[in-house]
Ligand binder design. Sequence first.
Ligand code: ATP
Ligand code: IP8
Length: 291
Amino acid sequence: MIDKYTNSKMATSSSMDLEIDCIIKLGGSAVTFKEKFETPNMEAIRQAAILIAKIKKKCIIVHGAGSFGHFQAKEYGVAKGWNGQADIDLVRKGFAITRVSVLKLNQLIVEELVNHGLPAVSYSCIGSWQTDNRKVLKSDVDSISSLIEAGFIPVINGDCMLDRSLGCTILSGDTIIEELAEKLKPKRVIFLTDVAGIFDKSPEEKGAILLSRVMVSASGELQTSIATSTLTHDVTGGVAKKLQTAQAIVTKSMGRTPVIVCKLDSKDAELVCCCGNEDYIGTLICLSPTS
Ligand code: ATP
Ligand code: IP8
């Protein structure tokens, strides 16, 4: 059977044979004004929908929380978990409030994609994934694969999670992508943010240089020194966490899944997402050729 949306034969086999072209993270820094409480960047969300509508291959969209979720998670200590906390009820309340917030953003994103004619459906990890000390213990990639096989575009949010050791925690969209990349082996992973890529130091610092390539050794070490800064209310580690995720994806796939970081609102995002073009402004994180 031919799929009207992708123009390809509908997949009927296992997750591994799905041939996912790309997993895209819509960074919270790009789709929200991250420092302004619960403020979406509707123009950026619209740009994202236009971009995704041009991708005629199978893809998965993951989004971060930005100004939805991080503030509440920070205030109630949700990422630290309730185990060992004096007031478990308070953390539980924070967990619920954080979810309400991040799902508001998820709804805005999914709605915009659907308004652009895309078969986008919301998927949350909360019910079927579990972590242990913030590491993924159990995931449910098969449900996501089934949605893709049925012709949908899953839109997955960074989430609140039950954690075996901590009681609960925050599962970053970046960690969700690491798990999906390992199981589904996409051709590439793309992080779309509010800046042009990875810089040698915070892009807000004078003289910061955009790194077009960052190499990872086979044993998983970054071969470039990169200084980063993180907003105080970011509970999942900011761009340093993104670099760790990229390192893990590149190493675990033995270089077969490269990671690209570029600006959402740019022509470069289109080149990378739609064509896998190499002539873009951004950062390619890949396996060192000497590995
Ligand atoms: P979220 O986790 O909310 O989804 P995100 O995935 O968009 O957010 P962030 O964790 O906010 O990403 O990281 C992107 C931010 O990191 C940018 O806004 C940038 O200013 C900042 N940053 C700090 N240091 C660097 C660096 N060396 N290179 C690139 N960006 C950096
Ligand atoms: O912004 C965080 O996901 P991230 C999710 O991708 C919540 O790190 C709920 C704060």
